[in-house]
Design a protein around this ligand. Sequence first.
Ligand code: ADP
Ligand code: MG
Length: 366
Amino acid sequence: MTHLELDSVTKVFGDPSTDGVVAVKDLHIDVPDGEFLVLLGPSGCGKTTTLRMIGGLEDPTEGEVRFDGTVVNDVKARNRDVAMVFQDFALYPHMTVRENLGFGLRREDNGMSADEIKGRVTEVAEMLEIEELLNNKPAQLSGGQKQRVALGRAIIREPRLFLFDEPLANLDAKLRKTMRTEIDELQSKVGITSAYVTHNQEEAMTIADKIAVLNDGQLQQLGSPDQVFNEPTNLFVAQFVGSPDMNLFDGTITDGGDAYRIDMDLLSFDVPKALVDAEITTEDVLVGFRPQDLYQARNRATDGPEFDTDVRVVEPVGTEAIVHSTSLLGDVTAKVGNFHDIEPTDQLSLTIAPEHVYLFDAESEA
Ligand code: ADP
Ligand code: MG
């Protein structure tokens, strides 16, 4: 049970006075007891470094890491009582599953008898449904089974924190989905505060209580999956979260009292200010439409803009289709239902409700 805090944490590799690499910059993250935090961002943005500083494998250059209000910067990794799961599973190849699971308990001075350790190993093996594998060596296991053992090794000690670094990256897509559900369930069941690193936004959205979106070592947004998706604070977050990618078009904005007047090529419409989450300081803006927020105008009327497109490709995905088309605004991607009569070269009229329009400063960097 741990309340985890990162307070102004910075990590510079190499010599900071010359040409050090700033891997993490002035990071503030607060994870209440029992919460599941996901660190999300592209490769090289500082996720692993952040996780390693939480685990004590890397020293912050500046700032504090705190567990329940106590600074742990000087506490060695092995004394932090955290359990880490990595993408390469890191099982001991010469040990059986049973030995791999029990290793942490046997090594610790925890006063547990051999029988108690055996009981705990069995309990965890049952929880993860790997009882029948207890006498196997890692080489005899599939990727998913290895990952279960790695998870088992993490939860067997009931640590203060779980730290996961892309634990599913080496699994195939189907297994990745199953395992992420299992990790989610397991974490809720044991209630241990967790930090989980991934570059996969879908994984982050499904598993997190809270997501910290990082770019270039800096926190872009800390919020619930719903907040980062629906109320992205900047263009980077808006583009990184959500699939297919958000459509972005150039526009200009004028203040119309309670609403912003948006002018785009051949389109003008109003967006109530109360619905705009990003801070707008420029007249030139980027106007964002998520593919799933676009509707076929023939099916649904909105107060928002309506525009004609020429369909290029229709990609069915179950009950909906991703439609790529060309418009006067530029290329548009829409995710729509009732798509069976839409063919390439057709004209398709699309519309969006004003409350689903995203606005960003044109200068903001993606
Ligand atoms: P991520 O896990 O998000 O892919 P990392 O935390 O591994 O990112 O890396 C962040 C940045 O720090 C990268 O530019 C990386 O090259 C650099 N970096 C990471 N570890 C080291 C190290 N031990 N020495 C020097 N630079 C490092
Ligand atoms: Mg990494």
